[in-house]
Ligand binder design. Sequence first.
Ligand code: ZN
Length: 186
Amino acid sequence: MMEGSFVLPGDEVGSAEEFVPGDCTYAKGGVIYASTAGLVEVDPKTRSANVIPKSNAPPKLCHGDIVVGEVIDLKDSLVIVSLAFKKGYENRPLSDEEATIHISNVRNSYVKDLRHLFSLHDILKAKIIDERQMRLSTGDEDLGVIKAYCNRCLTGLMRKEGKLACPNCGNVETRKTSTAYGLGVV
Ligand code: ZN
């Protein structure tokens, strides 16, 4: 048994005499095997041998998934977002994955000007509504901008009376904010 070693499904993890089969393992004929690819980890308290699933591949993105990304461009009717990660897979960052939010999917009411609701470098949380063309929606209450920076001085904006205010220069801006704005949680 080599703690920290990488195992594939069916690889031997340890002896069932020495360890208790833990997460993602099974015991057969006195031997504990991995049921998934991952890293071997022993819990010293319970003497259980576990396999912690690990993959370098970014997670698959599906319809309905919640993703977090940064606004990298704004057009008249589109917000271009560089995706950072999928909710629940924060340790497996997405790379070079871009998505768009059409003006009609920003919120449930009419949007006249996207630039009143998003700005470059905003961090937002959105739902995938079309995984093939990677289109997102921020319509739900908990979706939208979760972190924004002052357009004048780049300080992080704070929520204040339904708007966002800069604690440094006093600049007031508007966004389509998520109810999770500024909470630091997704
Ligand atoms: Zn400012």
